[in-house]
Design a protein around this ligand. Structure first.
Ligand SMILES: [Cu+2]
Length: 378
């Protein structure tokens, strides 16, 4: 028993050290998945975490199925929306200028960036259930090329379209399924609310520019294409399952998740359902830095129904030109602050490139995706 006082003294003297050691044990650079993975971890009861992610998805050129298709080829392709009536700006007297959609596409997307600022909050409801709220602010920007006349490949100039605002807010519960040492798994069940605008309008450079209107001057149309809208317009169910295991400094994880559209939106369509699977490997080089490689595959269905106001001479106005299968590879870095001001601040980066894309109809080709993130647990 003479060891007891010694033990107590040592324990008291080293209690600071013990707390730090404990934190180091539970907070490791690799205890979060690559930053592109959402809802990868749980929190302890009463613990808060705030996060900010900047995401940039860059699209370049067009695909027909798996193959690249040039803007000129698109201008020679028949448009299924041909013959529909659309408003293209107003006449001098202020009345709508109604035009018939020409037989072939007159506008082709050249490139697009979809930027997202995502503000996230997590809260440990209990040790087994973590609530997660995600609030996205979206900025879409597209550059397009217009062709003059009702057919042919006489290009008359490029123009930009952009939309921005709040996207669909998502609320999820992460429910612990198992925990055995470093091996953890949880279910996710979430709901996406239709807070993103689906009625954004914009301008296009019309095929009659330079003839009926001044050269280079854009006119207003009543609704931009599906991919420029900011939300799904529907309530979407977000189920998922995440697994993570680690052996010393080598870890691996996987997540299966889905987006199930629960209803048609007010515009008369629903976006396709989405199924996604990702697997990642992590290697922690130091307790404050880990690297990762990840493979992600997803399959997204076509839009069912359509928005009758979305029409015109552009492939992305066709509702069936939506949904795709894609596989991408990414590398990532997680940093974890361990001392003073930086303590428990996390910074992370992930960069992904697609290695396989197969789109329905004619759609833009994904070039790369970048995610930067900051996280802080309280
Ligand atoms: Cu968290």
């Amino acid at each position: 028993m003479k060891f007891l006082p010694f033990f107590v003294c040592t324990a008291l003297a080293s209690s600071n050290y013990t707390i730090e050691a404990h934190e180091k044990k539970t907070s490791r650079a690799d205890s979060h998945a690559p930053i592109g993975v959402m809802g990868d971890h749980l929190h302890k009861k009463g613990e808060w975490m705030f996060s900010y992610r900047y995401m940039n998805m860059q699209m370049d050129g067009m695909l027909s199925g798996k193959n690249s298709i040039s803007a000129e080829q698109i201008a020679l392709t028949e448009n299924p929306l041909s013959g529909e009536t659309m408003r293209m700006g107003n006449l001098a007297d202020g009345s709508p200028r109604l035009m018939m959609v020409p037989p072939t596409y007159r506008v082709s997307p050249i490139d697009m960036s979809m930027e997202m600022h995502m503000i996230g909050g997590m809260y440990g409801w209990s040790d087994d259930i973590t609530m997660m709220l995600m609030l996205p602010i979206i900025q879409n920007k597209m550059t397009l090329l217009s062709y003059g006349g009702s057919s042919g490949t006489n290009s008359i100039g490029t123009f930009d379209g952009d939309t921005s605002g709040l996207g669909d807010v998502k609320l999820s519960a992460l429910i612990k399924y198992s925990e055995d040492g470093n091996q953890k798994s949880h279910f996710t069940i979430g709901l996406s609310f239709p807070t993103g605008n689906t009625t954004k309008k914009g301008n296009i450079l019309p095929p009659f520019a330079g003839v009926m209107t001044p050269a280079g001057e854009t006119v207003e149309i009543d609704r931009l294409g599906y991919s420029m809208q900011l939300g799904s317009g529907s309530y979407d169910l977000l189920p998922g399952f995440t697994f993570y295991d680690r052996d010393d400094n080598l870890g691996w994880g996987s997540q299966i998740s889905a987006v199930v559209r629960l209803d048609n939106n007010d515009e008369g369509y629903r976006l396709g359902n989405r199924l996604e699977a990702q697997v990642w490997l992590t290697n922690q080089w130091q307790s404050w830095i880990s690297g990762s490689v990840k493979m992600k595959a997803f399959s997204e269905g076509k839009i069912s129904g359509r928005d009758d106001i979305i029409t015109g001479g552009m492939p992305l106005f066709v509702s069936s030109h939506s949904g795709r299968d894609q596989v991408e590879l990414s590398i990532g870095i997680n940093l974890l602050g361990e001392d003073s001001l930086l303590k428990r601040h996390r910074l992370a980066m992930e960069f992904a490139v697609p290695i396989y894309q197969n789109v329905n109809g004619l759609q833009m080709e994904n070039d790369w995706n970048l995610t930067l993130g900051w996280q802080k647990a309280l």
